[in-house]
Ligand binder design. Sequence first.
Ligand SMILES: Nc1ncnc2c1ncn2[C@@H]1O[C@H](COP(=O)(O)OP(=O)(O)OP(=O)(O)O)[C@@H](O)[C@H]1O
Ligand SMILES: [Mg+2]
Length: 348
Amino acid sequence: MKVKENLFPPYLFAIYLGVLLLMSGIHTGLIVFMDTVRWNGIVQTIIPMVYWGIVAVGLTLFTRQKMKNTYEEPLHKMAEATKKVSEGDFSVYVPAIHAADKLDYLDVMIRDFNKMVEELGSIETLKTDFVSNVSHEMKTPIAIIKNYAQLLQTGQVSGEQRKEYAKGIEDAAERLSSLISNILKLNKLEHERIIPEAETYDVCRQLCESVFLFEDAMEEKGIELEAAMEDSAIIKADASLMELVWNNLLSNAVKFTERGGSIVIRQISDGNHVIVSVSDTGCGIGKEKIKHIFDKFYQGDTSHASEGNGLGLALVKRVLELVDGEIQITSEEGKGSTFTVTLPEAAC
Ligand SMILES: Nc1ncnc2c1ncn2[C@@H]1O[C@H](COP(=O)(O)OP(=O)(O)OP(=O)(O)O)[C@@H](O)[C@H]1O
Ligand SMILES: [Mg+2]
């Protein structure tokens, strides 16, 4: 896009010079003419005075109008908009002065200003959303703990009920603690630019350890597990961060798969990458929901909302960004999902 670099280009001054030269030429012509027709002295004095008065006023007004249109009005609009932004109003929008094909550097400045305000506004919304999401997620377990504690205090509680209420309190406390630890992890990862402890290790072994953690949960739900992996595959990454990825993908697969379903873990290497996929025969995710599953606090399947906070995949995504990995999803509602993670293989 071509942007005009000069608001008062040299040709404008050339026009001024031309106009002044023309005016003084006309002035000389007038004098000669009045002398030839022998008008009286007073008229000969007044006419050039009026003439130059008109020329001077005309030029002054033209210059004033040009300056007003070029600088004053746009800068006034900018000043008003900046004031509104400083007062916390991010809805301001300053329209460009010229059409898209005649932009100058002031238009570009206004466009960048609008972009900056929009960006600031979205950060502000994210921050407010984050705080309200955290508060919302905290309220439920706190209310549960409060209710069970009140019930326990009534005195008319059987041994069985006591156990049930205590278990309720334990689960709610567990949920709170996992919420806080996930927020802290995410916050830390979002501010990290480099992988702190990249080490070379066997990812197959790590996958086996993660699967082991979920064995009981799978057994409880009668979920069948199939694993097809190589003997070893070496990657260079922070192992504790990658553990978060596998644990989150497996915990989702178990959570969103009905009783009697199955989970398949596949791992292959193509010489440059190690590819790991976790497939399940669970509820699947609709096309519209897929767009949001990596958003913080997003929970597409509300029937399992109480079993998490919607931070798992946001963490997975951030970790993979840090280790130069990628994640892809294929899913069909009602049939199941496959999450495929691609990681760079470590050079031997
Ligand atoms: N394997 C899966 N099958 C079906 N839906 C899934 C699967 N994995 C993720 N989802 C959908 O994506 C949403 C976001 O997943 P995410 O792991 O971020 O949150 P969560 O599991 O609900 O909570 P948390 O991970 O914090 O315990 C889920 O609520 C669910 O709707
Ligand atoms: Mg999860």
